[in-house]
Design a protein around this ligand. Structure first.
Ligand SMILES: [Zn+2]
Ligand SMILES: [Zn+2]
Length: 337
């Protein structure tokens, strides 16, 4: 089979590898579409350590060729891969926190991933997509599972005011998921007018620029208290500081961006004085998959506007380079396998 192999940082090439054979408790999937995200570009450039040589990629959908998934789907069914590996037998798995498994890992980082024609995985890592969902959009459901996991962890109530800082792919998904879960007041914040427009179309009740404008809007909508929940979806320490500033006393902050910086300025006194709660989300639980699939199937989350670029698997190098260039209008890049 064809697979894109990262032999060392910044060096990826299409190679021929043996097609995996399906054993007991396993499922073989013929991949049709794969999403590329920041994790892949960071593995590519060496920013995130990975077991090279490795086949990257963790956002995949396709069709079962062989084997039976734990949810009952079998050959011919359209499915999504849950890329979070877990042992089922450690301290965290016993607690039900399979996403934090001490023997676990991410497909495409610790073990060979889905930038390939076929992918073999455990029966419990496959979820049925049904027949309604567009396969080009479906890889985004993997991204959405972590968004849903984060919002579930924060136990967001419908009458709370939720602010999302940064309106890239994950920020816009955060907006749609919050609205789908029934949150009445969702505020989207971005310096980018195009993305603020998208956020409005996707259901944000208010969109505003970072800084004083955001603060004024949040205070206006909360009788001067500040937001109940602030989701940071950029990955900058400065924006995490803004999140602390916008949250109310006793509020919750979800630092959803992944921070590359090792130091930076934060309003530490506010952090203490407001008694802020910081809620992280590293990965999703298996149960986040059927829940996310249902939100898309029911039309409560619309993934169509996210797909701005599609490429062939053969063009992975170019697609990764494209993703590493700054752009105001690019959202999700999908590879057709
Ligand atoms: Zn990803
Ligand atoms: Zn485990």
């Amino acid at each position: 089979m064809k697979a894109a192999l990262l032999s060392e940082p910044n060096k990826v090439a299409i190679t021929d590898r043996p097609t995996p054979t399906c054993g007991a408790g396993e499922v073989l999937v013929k991949i049709s579409h794969v999403g590329i995200c920041g994790t892949d570009t960071k593995i590519y450039s060496g920013g995130i350590p990975a077991n090279t040589p490795i086949v990257m990629g963790h956002e995949a959908v396709g069709e079962i060729i062989e084997g039976q998934a734990a949810d009952g789907s079998g050959p011919g069914d359209r499915v999504i891969v849950d890329p979070v590996l877990y042992c089922g037998d450690c301290f965290y798995c016993d607690k039900g926190d399979t996403h934090l498994c001490e023997n676990g890992g991410l497909v495409g980082r610790e073990i060979d991933g889905v930038f390939a024609e076929y992918f073999l995985t455990q029966a419990s890592n496959i979820f049925a997509l049904g027949t309604k969902i567009d396969m080009t959009e479906a890889p985004l459901i993997q991204v959405m599972t972590t968004v849903l996991h984060a919002q579930n962890r924060a136990n967001i109530q419908s009458d709370e005011v939720v602010v999302i800082l940064g309106l890239g792919v994950t920020g816009l998904l955060q907006i749609q998921v919050a609205k789908a879960l029934g949150v009445k007041t969702v505020i989207g914040v971005s310096r980018n007018a195009y993305k603020r427009g998208l956020a409005s179309q996707m259901g944000a009740d208010v969109v505003v620029e970072h800084g004083e404008a955001a603060k004024a809007e949040v205070l206006k909508l909360t009788e001067g208290r500040g937001a109940d929940v602030v989701i940071e979806a950029v990955g900058y320490i400065s924006v995490l500081g803004e999140a602390m500033d916008l949250a109310r006393i006793g509020g919750r902050i979800i630092p959803f961006g992944i921070y590359a910086a090792l130091e930076g300025k934060l309003p530490f006194y506010e952090f203490y004085f407001k008694e802020l709660n910081i809620i992280n989300a590293r990965a999703a639980l298996p149960s986040d998959f059927p829940a996310s699939i249902k939100l898309v199937e029911d039309g409560k989350v619309d993934l169509t506007p996210f797909i701005t670029h599609t490429h062939k698997l053969d063009d992975l190098s170019e697609a990764i380079k494209l993703l590493m260039e700054p752009s105001d209008k690019r959202l999700k890049v999908i590879l057709e396998v």
